[in-house]
Design a binder for this molecule. Structure first.
Ligand code: ISE
Length: 334
C-alpha cells in the first residue's frame, strides 16, 4: 500500500518537500501539489510526476485520494490547515512555526486532544540534523557534565521574502533555535531578553537574544537575516567538563594563494537536506503506524516556540527582560 501525500504550498519549501516525497520516500506517492498560483503548482507537479494539481487547500485535505498532508504554505495558514487535517482525520507534517500566536497553538492542541490522538508533526527539522543529535548525545552520555550555556548563531544571506519584517527574525527564524535548544537541553524557558544592534542600513537587522532555562542555563541566539556572505548556522554547548560545537557538513576545501577556502550554502535547504529527508521519512512512519515519532516536534513544541517568540518580541520592544509563561504541559504531550 502506498501513502498518497498532498503538498500544500509550492514555494521554496513546498517544492523541496514535494521532491523528497517523489524521490526519497519509498512507500509514498506525490498525489497532489496545491498552490494559490496554479502555474506554480503545475510546474512542481509536472517536474516530479505528481498525479494532480489544485488551488484550494481545504478541498485537497478532504479528498478521498489523499492520505496525508504536508503544509508548507505561508506561516499564517499553518494552524488553520492543521486544524482542517485534524477534522479530516489525516496526519499532517506542518512547516514551522505552528503559529505566531500561542492562543492559536492552544486551539490546535485542544483539537488534537479532543480527537484523542496526535495528528500534527511540526517541521522543526534541526532535531534530525546529525550535528545536533551528537550534541544531545554528548550531553546525555555525561561527556559534558552539566550543561551551562548554549551559544547559537543563525545567519541568512538575505531575508527570505520581501515581506519579511524585523519581528520575524524572532517569530520565523529564531523558533529553530528556541526549539532545538529546548530539545538538546531538555528544559523549558523562564525568561528572554532581546537586543537589536545598530547598523542594518535600512534592511531587517540582526537581533541578539538571551534566553534563560528552567534549569538556570543561558542560551544566546544571534539572528542575522542579512548576513550577505552565506547561510551560516553555528552552535556550541558548553558544559562543566567539556564543550561541543556543530561542525559544518562541507565536502571539500580549496587551498590556494596563501588561503584556505570552504563554501557556505546559499540557504538552509542544502545545509539541512539530510535532516529534511530523515524528518519526512519519520513522518511517513507516523502515517503508517500511527505512532508519533520519538524526536519530532509536536504541537506542544510549537506552542513553546510561540510563547518564547512572543515574549522575545515584547522584550525587544520594551527594552527589558520578559518572562516566558507557559501552561502546564498536558499529559497528552508527556
Ligand atoms: C526560514 O523560514 C527557515 O525556516 C529557515 O530554516 C531559516 O534559516 C530562516 O531563517 C527562516 O526565516
Amino acid at each position: 500500500m502506498t501513502t498518497r501525500i498532498a503538498v500544500i504550498g509550492a514555494g521554496l519549501m513546498g517544492a523541496d518537500h514535494a521532491k523528497i516525497v517523489a524521490e526519497d520516500l519509498s512507500g509514498a506517492t506525490l498525489q497532489v501539489v496545491c498552490d494559490m498560483d496554479e502555474g506554480r503548482a503545475r510546474k512542481v507537479a509536472d517536474s516530479l510526476g505528481a498525479a494532480d494539481v489544485a488551488t484550494d487547500p481545504e478541498g485537497v485535505i478532504a479528498r478521498s485520494d489523499v492520505d496525508a498532508v504536508i503544509v508548507s504554505s505561508p506561516d499564517f495558514t499553518h494552524a488553520p490547515l492543521s486544524l482542517a487535517c485534524i477534522r479530516a482525520g489525516k496526519k499532517v507534517l506542518c512547516e514551522k512555526p505552528l503559529s505566531q500566536s500561542s492562543a492559536e497553538c492552544l486551539q490546535v492542541m485542544e483539537a488534537e486532544q479532543a480527537a484523542g490522538e496526535k495528528f500534527v508533526q511540526l517541521g522543526f527539522m534541526r532535531r534530525y540534523d546529525q550535528s545536533y543529535a551528537e550534541m544531545k548525545q554528548a550531553l546525555s552520555a555525561g561527556t559534558l557534565g552539566q550543561a551551562i550555556m548554549m551559544h547559537n548563531f543563525h545567519r541568512n544571506v538575505e531575508t527570505p521574502a520581501a515581506d519579511f519584517t524585523a519581528d520575524m527574525a524572532i517569530t520565523n527564524s529564531a523558533p529553530h533555535e528556541f526549539d532545538v535548544a529546548r530539545f538538546v537541553l531538555g528544559t523549558e524557558y523562564v525568561g528572554i531578553s532581546a537586543f537589536a544592534p545598530k547598523g542594518a542600513g535600512g534592511k531587517v537587522g540582526p537581533v541578539f537574544m538571551v534566553v534563560e532555562t528552567t534549569a538556570g542555563q543561558l542560551v544566546n541566539i544571534e539572528i542575522n537575516n542579512n548576513a550577505s556572505y552565506g547561510y551560516d548556522v553555528r552552535a556550541e554547548l558548553v558544559g562543566e567538563k567539556a564543550a561541543i560545537s556543530l561542525a559544518d557538513p562541507v565536502h571539500s576545501r580549496l587551498d590556494i594563494a596563501l588561503t584556505s577556502r570552504t563554501h557556505y550554502a546559499p540557504d538552509w535547504r542544502p545545509r539541512y537536506g539530510e535532516a529534511y529527508r530523515r524528518q519526512n521519512r519519520d513522518f511517513l512512519k507516523f502515517v503508517e503506524t500511527g505512532l508519533f515519532p520519538e524526536i519530532a516536534s509536536s504541537c506542544w513544541d510549537g506552542y513553546a516556540a510561540a510563547v518564547v517568540a512572543t515574549a522575545g518580541v515584547a522584550a525587544l520592544k520594551a527594552g527589558h527582560r520578559a518572562p516566558v509563561q507557559m501552561i502546564a504541559k498536558p499529559e497528552f504531550y508527556a
